[in-house]
Design a protein around this ligand. Structure first.
Ligand SMILES: CCCCCCCC(=O)SCCNC(=O)CCNC(=O)[C@H](O)C(C)(C)COP(=O)(O)OP(=O)(O)OC[C@H]1O[C@@H](n2cnc3c(N)ncnc32)[C@H](O)[C@@H]1OP(=O)(O)O
Length: 230
């Protein structure tokens, strides 16, 4: 086949694949990402008895930087040289925004962010919603749409919110835009987080890191405070 035709076919196929997603790229009434999250897995649809999320009275104020939950976290920790160093900020309701600058260490294809790194940025942003509910939760399911390639040097602006809660199950969605909070949508995600106790980490983490974390009184105080969630 003529290589130029093959290239054109590939471009057409890419447009067809992305078309339904880009039609949904408007924001929710709250300014958050809720309108048009990826549909798909039934496990990401809240059950009929799910309730609206409730912002904890001691949640960080809107506009406040949340800070890293763990210095070695690949998503937000300052001690990971090639980590994302993602910075999340509380917003109104149960919503956060975050920024992540794509570095050369985050490439998949030449000059473009790796899809797994972009999924990490979404996962981390969605995970930081726990600060506003004041619970500890881990990702059970994460469904991602990759809408546009994201070049190295891009600042990805992420916006995430909890949409519903059912017992320990926390339903959320997020969107990532290129260059500004109003920029073109590059990635979107829907997620199910599951609330856990601190013991989830103590029982499963590698002993040396757990010992180090337990020796840090600030880390222990932060984690335990989230377990008591009136
Ligand atoms: C401190 C915060 C760090 C934030 C970093 C960013 C977020 C992350 O990347 S966290 C790391 C990645 N995630 C993980 O490592 C989690 C690994 N998984 C696990 O440990 C377990 O499967 C866990 C804790 C999610 C659930 O196990 P367990 O506590 O036994 O709960 P379980 O009874 O199985 O499930 C509870 C409910 O959730 C549902 N559920 C759990 N997992 C899923 C799933 N993958 N898909 C759909 N539903 C699920 C179950 O069906 C059940 O529903 P129901 O109450 O209606 O019956």
């Amino acid at each position: 086949m003529d290589p130029s035709l093959a290239r054109r076919d590939r471009r057409t196929a890419a447009r067809v694949r992305s078309a339904p997603v880009t039609n949904e790229n408007t924001r929710g009434a709250s300014g958050g990402p809720s309108s048009g999250p990826p549909t798909g897995s039934p496990a990401l649809t809240p059950p009929a008895d799910a309730t609206a999320p409730v912002r904890h009275p001691e949640a960080p104020a809107p506009g406040e930087l949340l800070g890293a939950h763990y210095g070695q976290c690949f998503g937000c920790g300052g001690e990971q040289q090639h980590g994302l160093h993602l910075e999340a900020r509380a917003q109104d309701g149960v919503r956060v925004t975050a920024e992540f600058t794509v570095k050369a260490a985050h490439q998949g294809a030449p000059g473009l962010a790796h899809g797994g790194v972009l999924a990490t940025a979404l996962d981390e942003t969605l995970g930081s919603l726990s600060w506003l509910l004041r619970v500890i939760a881990v990702t059970g399911k994460l469904e991602t749409d990759f809408v546009r390639p994201v070049p190295v040097g891009t600042v990805l602006h992420l916006d995430a919110e909890v949409t519903a809660v059912a017992g320990r199950k926390i339903y959320s969605s997020a969107v990532g835009r290129i260059g500004s909070p109003e920029g073109p949508v590059a990635v979107r995600a829907s997620a199910l987080f599951i609330e856990v106790k601190v013991d989830h980490f103590i029982d499963n983490g590698r002993p040396e890191e757990i010992r180090a974390a337990m020796a840090d009184p600030d880390q222990v105080r932060r984690a335990r405070a989230f377990e008591v969630n009136p």
